[in-house]
Design a protein around this ligand. Structure first.
Ligand code: KIV
Length: 264
């Protein structure tokens, strides 16, 4: 059993092997996901919507993220665990360090994820210089929903696309070791992925990135708010949840998912 580390993911990117990421919030699904071959389990603050039933991810607290991350970590031997820094938990570099410390020490996370571009560069540098591995998150950043107005595709015009390309490069230069791109046009996501040395994981970002992530409940077709257009219900037609998870892993590795209809 070889543990998945950031080195593994870097090798996968270099060799063109797709990285499979899935959100996870509890021990049972974490174990099944790992057994199906998922490389990275993301303890996403999407739990605020799919587990807790909130309208957005904003109410999720650091203690709740620590609790769910610890549940996932307890069940895993091989997968890498990334935990979200929730809304208002990383307003200053020192606050971010305190949050990351809890997620790693109490929550067992191997990496933390922070939403946002240029304003997060200083924080990412502060964390990575202090041995906290960081995954950046650009495109649709759900913690900014009340600024964005709606969950919609980002980077469609030349100005915002250029800003995203520059933000991605700056976040990598600040030490980020992975990047999630959410709801971004396929061509832009591909350009960002080719520009960067670090793995780029897409959700609604087309097939031409280094890996894919979905919200677990979306890929099982059971999300309370309905399944977004960029997701596929892998439970439909499967023989059960372990089979659905295996189908997701196989579909990402073979680039059968995402198809054109899941991309922008
Ligand atoms: O919170 C989450 O689940 C996420 C993914 C959608 C990337 O950030």
């Amino acid at each position: 059993m070889n543990k998945i580390t950031i080195t593994t993911l870097g090798r996968m990117k270099a060799e063109g092997e797709k990285i499979v990421v899935l959100t996870s919030y509890d021990a049972s699904f974490a174990r099944l996901s790992e057994q199906a071959g998922v490389d990275v389990l993301l303890v996403g603050d999407s739990l605020g919507m799919v587990v807790q039933g909130h309208e957005s991810t904003l109410p999720v607290t650091v203690s709740e993220m620590v609790y769910h991350s610890a549940n996932v970590a307890r069940a895993c031997e091989r997968a890498m665990i990334v935990a979200d820094m929730p809304f208002m938990s990383h307003g200053t570099p020192q606050q971010a360090l305190d949050t990351a410390g809890r997620l790693m020490k109490e929550g067992g996370a191997h990496m933390v994820k922070i939403e946002g571009g240029a304003p997060q560069v200083e924080t990412v540098r502060h964390l990575t210089e202090r041995a906290v591995p960081v995954c950046a998150h650009l495109g649709l950043t759900p913690q900014s929903i009340h600024q964005l107005g709606a969950y919609r595709v980002q980077g469609r015009d030349a100005e915002s696309a250029t800003r995203m390309i520059e933000d991605a490069a700056d976040l990598q230069a600040a030490g980020a070791q992975m990047l999630v791109l959410e709801c971004v046009p396929t061509l832009l996501a591909n350009e960002i992925s080719r520009n960067l040395d670090i793995p780029v994981i897409g959700i609604g970002a087309g097939p031409d990135v280094d890996g894919q992530v979905l919200v677990l409940y979306d890929m099982l077709g059971i999300s309370v708010n309905g399944i977004p257009g960029f997701a596929r219900d892998f439970l439909s037609g499967a023989e059960g949840i372990p089979d659905a998870l295996s189908r997701y892993v196989a579909a990402v590795r073979s680039v059968d998912f995402p198809a054109a209809k899941h991309s922008f």
